[in-house]
Design a protein around this ligand. Sequence first.
Ligand code: NDP
Length: 597
Amino acid sequence: MSETRELAFDPDQLREKYRIERDKRLRKDGNEQYVEVAGEFSNYIDDPYVSTPIDRPALTDEVEVIVVGGGFGGLITGARLREAGIENLRIIEKGGDFGGTWYWNRYPGAACDTESYIYLPLLEEVGYIPQAKYAKAPEILAHSQNIARHFDLYRDVCFQTEVTEMQWDEQALRWIVRTNRDDAMRAKFVVMSNGPLNRPKLPGIKGITRFTGHTFHTSRWDYDYTGGSPEGDLHKLADKRVGIIGTGATAVQCIPHLGASAQALYVFQRTPSSVDVRDNRPTDPDWAASLKPGWQKERMENFNTLTSGGVIEEDLVQDGWTEIIRNLISMANYRGKGLERKEIERLMELADFQKMEQIRARAQEIVEDPQVAESLKPYYRQFCKRPCFHDEYLPTFNRPNVHLIDTQGKGVEEITETGVIANGEAYPLDCIIFATGFEVGTDYTRRAGYDLIGRDGLRLSDKWANGMRSLFGLQTRGFPNLFILSNGQSAFTTNFPHSMEETATNIRYIIEQCRQGNVSTVEPTQVAEDEWVEEIIRLSRVSESFQAACTPGYYNNEGQPNPTSAQNSAYGKGPNPFFKLMREWREEGTMRGLELG
Ligand code: NDP
């Protein structure tokens, strides 16, 4: 086949290799393989960053809006509501400060893979330019706190407070928000901004509770034990044998620091990540000075168009994400236009093979031991797992104190009092770090950490037991005056803060309309909600064949087809058409599809 000769790889062979690698990893228990961080494991989510627990009386007062979550979603919503003149606004946050993901994830090397100039929200409003193209966690945390200060969100915040239940009071037309501090606060409107990856998970490895050494999850890094800071220099590990379980995006960032500091580091790998070039660089002050008002929105939209498959001449961000899409498009252009869907899919697969060959060649070039290099090569399509970008990860495996334990998809077999057993061999360890990620496929209310009781005692967990039901992913019938920030049934963007920004604009609009029209309650009509759910399912781009061919992970529900994935998916026409739809809906000015009381 001439195409195969041109390509320098055989697609059939690669497809078969991908299948073999996937099959090694498929397991019947899917999401059930993980242990819920509760009960005897609840210490894994204690807050290690708070020095003085707050002590305050329980609150039973009333505010106009309660926002649950002080991460980017809560901050952006808070900012937009403040701009709309809403003074009586309270944010409830389980951490000790604002920041959400960036409050919790302080592990050494933590940074964001999305360009800082589009990822950090409200840069123009706050008057800040990030220090480099890719921002590190401490800078993002500091920016979060700056947003809160700028928009006066510290004024009425409840930190170290976890919501335990929200109940609609039909007589008073108010939400009662209960917390672990015995609060029973009331609010006319509530916004749920719990975050998409907020609940750490642990592997259900036999013997996990038996280990007598030290353990923690990456999202609660124990610097008292390791020494050092998010910048690295984990000097207290100099005499320690450290094991890390997991090699996802988090592990890729902290392993170089562990490798540089630990006496010995054992990396227990089940599936390798794809690790491409990072090439970070400091912000050019001349470029920063040249920016014109409105630049951030323009840049975010440019990136969003390119990463959602749109064609646009100029690529302002020019990074790994836009390059991936450029490759796919150029492949289709190279072969000609007006192709059948099947043919486009075939060409996309070829472009994907080509990209992953390049990723595998990178491991081959950088890692000196050929066997270790081979173990670090990912054999799956790039979007089966979160693509990673790092320049120090692969070279870390050239250090003599760093040992890759390739479990060939099987994972760690057992944890004992003294260490880990993998591939039948015992590894004595002083410390085990779990880089095993966060819950994704579990129920929304379990991940939120609380249930909602709406009108007539209806529970959100029951209403959504067979899939999400909403209008625009934002509101759900039977739960008046409630707003939800999530990807489900709304927009999915590579740059998540972009869709939060659009959602916050909608929330602001609806609350302003209610204020102006003296509206007491707002929720979707049954018809509008049903139609939206149908539309989401009809347009769903969840490709079952693509997902089934993927190696297991949280992108494909751990390799188990989920009957609700189409219903819970994002708007299938893509983020820009969704944002346009919302803009037009607002411009209509009639609150179409909403029932006002
Ligand atoms: P992930 O869910 O991506 O990774 C979990 C890791 O744990 C996987 O390597 C998984 O292996 C492994 N694992 C699970 N169980 C076992 C077991 N029993 N034995 C051995 N290994 C096991 O979590 P992360 O925290 O790395 O990342 C979560 C998400 O957070 C990312 O996908 C990304 O969206 C975001 N993130 C973004 C960053 C950025 O912008 N740079 C940085 C960090 C995180 P397997 O693959 O085989 O399942």
